[in-house]
Write a protein that binds this ligand. Structure first.
Ligand code: FES
Ligand code: FES
Length: 177
């Protein structure tokens, strides 16, 4: 492989991993990926740069915007603040793993039907948080949704439509409340 050539998904080559890499495996969306990781590599960078799962976005890279939200063992986590090696052996879910094949998740459908995005950059993180917000039972009112989604910033200020999408999906999901 030459500099500039993209590694195949899940086959990050040690020469690009830095001198202190460790061979590890990450379980993402039900698939196991072998990967060479330096201890300093964030889960966000491992997902985007090593596994080529670029649905998870890098906004602030310091835990302030929520664009990088994924699930680790079923709980929302900021992947920019999570070391990739600490996620070894845990179940990681990204936005690419939310739909059921071609069938979008009800929250994904609701973001489309309620126009819950403008530029779309924050949207993967919003959706990852929104699903958990509903499943955790924190979507009883728009005020409660606003509070439990407050870690997800939208620079386009699409908040009103994002909350409408969550209400709509909550009503569709029913049993998750
Ligand atoms: Fe992780 Fe902003 S990129 S919180
Ligand atoms: Fe543009 Fe949220 S839709 S940042």
């Amino acid at each position: 492989m030459t500099i500039g050539e993209l590694p195949k998904r899940g086959t990050k080559q040690p020469e690009f991993a830095g001198p202190n890499y460790t061979l590890a495996t990450l379980r993402v969306n039900g698939q196991v990926f072998p990967v060479a990781l330096e201890p300093r590599v964030s889960l966000l960078d491992a997902l985007r740069e090593y596994l080529r799962l670029t649905g998870t976005k890098k906004g602030c890279d310091q835990g302030a915007c929520g664009a990088c939200t994924v699930w680790v063992d079923g709980k929302r986590e900021l992947s920019c603040l999570t070391l990739a090696l600490s996620a070894e052996g845990r179940e990681i879910t990204t936005i690419e793993g939310v739909a059921d094949g071609d069938e979008l998740h009800p929250v994904q459908r609701a973001f489309i039907s309620q126009d819950g995005f403008q530029c779309g950059y924050c949207t993967p993180g919003q959706i990852m948080s929104a699903i958990k917000c509903i499943e955790e039972g924190h979507a009883e009112s728009t005020e409660e949704i606003a509070e439990w989604m407050s870690g997800n910033i939208c620079r386009c200020a699409a908040y009103q439509n994002i909350r409408a999408a969550i209400v709509s999906a909550r009503d569709e999901m029913g049993g998750a409340r």
